[in-house]
Design a protein around this ligand. Structure first.
Ligand code: PEP
Ligand code: MN
Length: 345
């Protein structure tokens, strides 16, 4: 249930409503929103009798929430959430772009890639330091060394950093280096990891599991939000289907479904979504046309020698071309590309 307070209700009145919610054994959640104070109730098993609240001072309305992903739903918060990634706003009018290699491989690789994607107009540098790989014999990432190299690339370029956390053991180290913590597709339902990032107050990029429904993605986001971390960006990265010509099937249906049902920003990863270098650009354009708030793109200075995901990684010139093309779609959509750190050079 959502309790909507009168615009002029006092902080004391809000506190009394919150106390009443706690008395009933439930949890009050302040919902940020322009022009109204609202309190979402979680922790209840069945419907709550609105009679508990109707007569309390300051209460304007008691609205039942019909979906199980309560805190992340549009029913509870109508306005779009804008996630602030260390000064880079994601979810507003401007489209944000994260770009970089699948994995951090060496100092020379990550620095040249960071400079290149910044020149192309990216806002955030991606790069895995801890890599979840299908084979134990494949490159597992440079781990702490990779994190340090990402920090160096940030200091050199001004790009913010997104990198994946693989487990709770390395979360503290990842959270210290990253501006945005990525939860990978394989971990979307790692509930202890979701709870642990939910306890942080740092932005999270939550990728959809390859066999997860849209609702399951929203429920995973609810795990994070219910622990108090509201800075969540949802990411569609392709799902497994019967199709074998592409690595995954980029489910662009998810974009309008997520935007309609949740207030959280949505970004699309066309690199993993289709898995083929030459097809990333059209799917990036389609993602923006479908209403995505941003993109995450794999780029490598020498993709044919990449230690992971070279097949789907763009060269730096291909990335620059993608940015120009995506800019045209953003324009047509009445949106803009968010200027990156090199914009004024
Ligand atoms: C990645 O971003 O390199 C990655 C491993 O993505 P996903 O979790 O979507 O497979
Ligand atoms: Mn990858």
């Amino acid at each position: 249930m959502l309790i909507v307070m009168h615009a002029d209700s006092s902080p004391e009145a809000v506190a009394r409503v919150e106390a009443r919610i706690r008395e009933l054994g439930f949890t009050p959640n302040a919902i940020e929103g322009a022009g109204r104070t609202a309190i979402g109730i979680t922790g209840n098993k069945g419907a709550i009798d609105p009679g508990h609240f109707r007569l309390l001072e300051g209460v304007a309305d008691c609205i039942p929430v019909t979906v199980p992903y309560k805190l992340v739903s549009r029913e509870v918060k109508r306005e779009d959430t804008i996630v602030d990634v260390a000064g880079v706003p994601i979810g507003g009018r401007a489209i944000a772009v994260m770009a970089g290699p699948c994995a951090v491989e060496s100092e020379a690789q990550i620095l040249s890639c960071a400079r290149g994607v910044a020149e192309g107009g990216a806002n955030i540098l991606r790069g895995g330091a801890y890599k979840p790989r299908t084979s134990p014999y494949d490159f597992q990432g440079l781990k702490e060394v990779g994190l340090a190299l990402l920090s160096k690339a940030r200091a050199e370029t001004g790009l913010k950093v997104v990198t994946e956390v693989k487990d709770t053991e390395t979360l503290a180290a990842v959270a210290e280096s990253a501006d945005l913590i990525q939860i990978g597709a394989r971990n979307m339902q790692n509930f202890s990891l979701l709870e642990a990032v939910g306890d942080l107050r740092k932005p999270v990029l939550l990728k959809r599991g390859m066999s997860a429904t849209i609702k399951e993605l929203l429920m995973a986001a609810e795990y994070i939000s219910s622990r108090g971390n509201k800075q969540i960006i949802l990411c569609e990265r392709g799902i497994r289907t019967f199709e074998t010509m592409t690595r995954n099937t980029l489910d662009l249906n998810a974009v309008p479904m997520l935007k309609q049902n949740s207030h959280l920003p949505v970004v699309v990863d066309p690199s993993h979504g289709i898995g083929i270098r030459s097809a990333v650009l059209p799917m990036a354009r389609a993602a923006i046309a479908a209403g995505a708030d941003g993109l995450i793109i794999e780029v490598h200075p020498d993709p044919d020698r990449a230690l992971s995901d070279g097949m789907q990684s763009l060269t730096l010139p291909m990335f620059a071309a993608l940015m120009r093309e995506v800019g045209k779609i953003a324009d047509a959509m009445g949106r803009a590309m968010l200027p990156g750190p090199f914009a004024s050079r």
